[in-house]
Design a protein around this ligand. Sequence first.
Ligand code: NAG
Ligand code: NAG
Ligand code: NAG
Ligand code: NAG
Ligand code: NAG
Ligand code: NAG
Length: 287
Amino acid sequence: MGRLDWINLVVLFAIIAGVRCLRNVTLDVVPELVERGQQATLRCHYILDANELIYSLKWYRGTREFYRYSPSEHPATKKFNITGINVDDKNSNQSQVTITNVDFGLSGNFSCEVTVDEPTFSTEQAIKKITIVSLPSSRPVLASERSRYESGDILKANCSVPPSKPPVEFSFTLNNFPVGQTNARQEKIKSDYYVGSSNSAYMDDYELQLGELSIELKQSHFQNGQLNLRCIAQIPGIYRNVSDTSYLGTGLREPVPERVTLGGRSSTIYGSVLTIFCLCALQMLLR
Ligand SMILES: *[C@@H]1O[C@H](CO)[C@@H](O)[C@H](O)[C@H]1NC(C)=O
Ligand SMILES: *[C@@H]1O[C@H](CO)[C@@H](O)[C@H](O)[C@H]1NC(C)=O
Ligand SMILES: *[C@@H]1O[C@H](CO)[C@@H](O)[C@H](O)[C@H]1NC(C)=O
Ligand SMILES: *[C@@H]1O[C@H](CO)[C@@H](O)[C@H](O)[C@H]1NC(C)=O
Ligand SMILES: *[C@@H]1O[C@H](CO)[C@@H](O)[C@H](O)[C@H]1NC(C)=O
Ligand SMILES: *[C@@H]1O[C@H](CO)[C@@H](O)[C@H](O)[C@H]1NC(C)=O
């Protein structure tokens, strides 16, 4: 490299270093999955140069600003009236903002935008997606077509939970072993059962989520004649609940093991008697 190249490189580096003032703007959301009606706290992190000052920190839902911190103004914090966004003043300040009583409509991108003071007024932004969820209001309920099954039968059962957002995934276990997603499907059904529950007020009324199981039973599904069926409803990462157990086996059959033991014991006794008899006969012969 020639001398000119070195000078160019040093100048270039100085320019880059000079421009690179406000850095590493990141946004933390706790939690990122928020239950409807609950709250979330958003925190903006950034790195400033030693002599830099914040000019403003703006908070957006999508493209709409809902909160601003600008230390040169009085008051330093300002709220903007955006439908559905409730800012909790007590827990909002220059570094974070807390939104309360969130509803589904708020799901989407939130961002913080940092602007530093003179001379650069440079601006950096960080984006995070927030998802508002609602969990089922009660446990999964399991129903099977029959109450007793044997090997070779087709076991038909279904599992239902009240609505949730996002919907649950269903799975079933037999004697604690997963039976996979075999014919498990999901649909919404009408049911009078949940009329008047607090959940139906904001969901489509009377709806349930349904998962169905249809499986041909093999001997290997049974354990000592027992067939314990359960269903699990889950939303990966945020919700999991298990139904009561349905006991669908034929129970214990005739007590075969007991007989084998008895047989073994009596033959042993018989053998012992025979041995003693032989020993006696031998002794008599030897005399
Ligand atoms: C700032 O970001 C850069 C590049 O993304 C990274 O290498 C560096 O570790 C970050 N610094 C801090 C303090 O997080
Ligand atoms: C916010 O806007 C709604 C209508 O868009 C209005 O009813 C309400 O009074 C406003 N709130 C404030 C504090 O301005
Ligand atoms: C902002 O508020 C939170 C919660 O009230 C608090 O923990 C934090 O220290 C505050 N930050 C500043 C810079 O005041
Ligand atoms: C949300 O932000 C991501 C980038 O983080 C972007 O790809 C996406 O298009 C944004 N969504 C909307 C609806 O603006
Ligand atoms: C399962 O649902 C019941 C009824 O809603 C609830 O009391 C229980 O805490 C739930 N269990 C789990 C692990 O979420
Ligand atoms: C669920 O299974 C039970 C028992 O087989 C049956 O009576 C009920 O109709 C089923 N429900 C639906 C929605 O298919």
